[in-house]
Design a protein around this ligand. Structure first.
Ligand SMILES: Nc1ncnc2c1ncn2[C@@H]1O[C@H](COP(=O)(O)OP(=O)(O)OP(=O)(O)O)[C@@H](O)[C@H]1O
Ligand SMILES: [Mg+2]
Length: 460
């Protein structure tokens, strides 16, 4: 049974995203609908299903307001193959640089690894047992029971029966020791598969990306597999051997098939910085290639076949989420065909002081929680008072207004400056203690810098 994706309803998706991202309700709703629509499409049984196209989305908003974060969290939720690419990294076919099709190949690689990891998990118990048996064989090689043979020959060899029996007993005893992990630190020598040593990285000619094959892998499979003696602790050996056994147990062809299916049916590609390839079209130079990138993107977004080393991937139903600040260029500066492929536009809002307060405190990975956890490892109890948090948020808003609006990233720079001394002095000058960050401390530390515009340009 192929599991395409987890079945979150739109409300549940938004709720999950709420755990990490403050505000930006419109964007959350849009991605939730897009994700659910893919599941809905899976349930449509007739020919109509092939006709239902994904709702590609453009997220528009200033820097640091959560565009990438939303996409990242969404992919985790969907348990779907997901990659994030920067549109500005691509160049038109024929230019030096990565061609756009490589994103599909990357996504497929990702999916193959994902499925392989799942399959490995499934055969883990079996592989572990096999590894245990192998190690046991090395520690106490089994004695062949030759009793039957000797009886046939009419000779009397009572020793053998005994020996085989003893061997069996010792092996059982050893096995239980192994199982209990009592031998973990003992060293053992065993045959491990040596990865074929090609000895150098093989760099293809430029544009090798196009071929969708990997010389290194090809040569690797041609070279004879050599075994190499290795000596490690038993617990390490166990893992190495179990890994090898697992590889043998997995049907790689099935894995690749499943991976391609997942890419085609549930893959998500996040194209960041899409505005960077939206040239005005008039000026010379790099713009020529910018529009070229957009043209190259068209067939992929619309649906085409891309060769990968695992097989052909149809891109029709891959969900594309593009994002950009669109400070200079506007979505309307994208070539019209491409605009049409991204029918849903969502604007993300600039973050306010209230948002910052929430961002600092509420998400599961909130910054203040992160710093508290870091210092707790040194026995220091870091606490922020309400007015302390408000002061930080206020300063972040001020600096964003005055210098440059970098959104929530401003909180990072402010906190590192604010906590600089504490982070340095612990543990030498400041052994286990309690540090309380209140409004006064924040102002004492930061006001000078905030008031001085030039200074804050550099420090905050
Ligand atoms: N609304 C938000 N809620 C919680 N955290 C946020 C929010 N917006 C941004 N952040 C935090 O700020 C950082 C930067 O956000 P993100 O990477 O999403 O920015 P972005 O919108 O993609 O910006 P850019 O246009 O520069 O790529 C992340 O660490 C993220 O956790
Ligand atoms: Mg981003």
């Amino acid at each position: 049974m192929t599991r395409i994706m987890k079945e979150f309803t739109p409300t549940q998706i938004v709720k999950e995203l709420d755990n990490f991202i403050i505000g930006q309700t419109d964007a959350k709703r849009a991605v939730a609908i897009a994700l659910r629509n893919r599941w809905r499409r899976q349930q449509v049984t007739n020919e109509l299903r092939e006709e239902i196209m994904p709702n590609n989305i453009i997220l528009i908003g200033p820097t640091g307001v959560g565009k990438t974060e939303i996409a990242r969290r969404l992919a985790k939720l969907a348990e779907a193959p997901f990659i994030k690419v920067e549109a500005s990294k691509f160049t038109e076919v024929g230019y030096v640089g990565r061609d756009v099709e490589s994103m599909i190949r990357d996504l497929t690689d990702y999916a193959v690894n994902m499925v392989k990891a799942e399959r490995t998990e499934e055969v883990k118990n079996k592989a572990d047992e096999m590894a245990e048996d192998k190690i046991l064989d090395i520690l106490i090689p089994p004695v062949k029971n030759t009793v039957a043979n000797s009886k046939q020959a009419g000779e009397q060899q009572p020793n053998h029966e005994n020996e085989a029996y003893q061997n069996q007993k010792t092996r059982e005893w050893m096995k239980s020791k192994l199982k209990r992990g009592e031998l973990n630190d003992k060293m053992i020598e065993f045959d491990a598969q040596a990865s074929p040593a090609i000895g150098m990285q093989i760099l293809g000619p430029l544009g090798m990306d196009d071929m969708g094959i990997n010389l290194q892998d090809m040569l690797g499979s041609i070279m004879p597999k050599k075994n190499k003696k290795r000596k490690t602790s038993i617990s390490d050996a166990r893992q190495i051997i179990a890994n090898e056994e697992a590889q043998k147990l997995i049907d790689m062809e099935a894995v690749q098939k499943e991976a391609i299916l997942r890419v085609e049916q549930s893959g998500i590609i996040f194209i960041d910085e899409i505005d960077k390839v939206a040239g005005s079209g008039k000026s010379q130079g790099p713009d020529v290639s910018r529009e070229g990138v957009q043209r190259d993107l068209l067939p992929i977004v619309e649906g085409s076949n891309v060769n990968t080393k695992y097989g052909v991937v149809h891109t029709d139903h891959i969900l594309f989420i593009a994002a950009g600040a669109f400070h200079v260029a506007k979505p309307s500066d994208l070539i019209p065909e491409l605009q049409g492929r991204f029918p849903i536009r969502v604007e993300l809002k600039s973050l306010t002081e209230e948002d910052f307060i929430k961002i600092l405190t509420t998400p599961q990975n909130a910054l203040l929680k992160q710093y508290a956890a870091l210092l707790e490892t040194e026995g220091v109890n870091l606490q922020f008072t309400k007015d302390g948090i408000r002061a930080i948020a206020k300063i972040a808003t001020e600096v964003n207004d005055q210098v440059e609006n970098i959104g929530a990233r401003r909180l990072h720079t402010i906190l590192t400056t604010l906590l600089d001394e504490t982070l340095f002095d612990v543990p030498d000058k400041m052994p286990a203690a309690k540090v309380v960050v209140n409004g006064k401390m924040v102002e004492d530390k930061l006001n000078k810098i905030v008031k001085n515009r030039d200074l804050s340009k550099f420090i905050l």
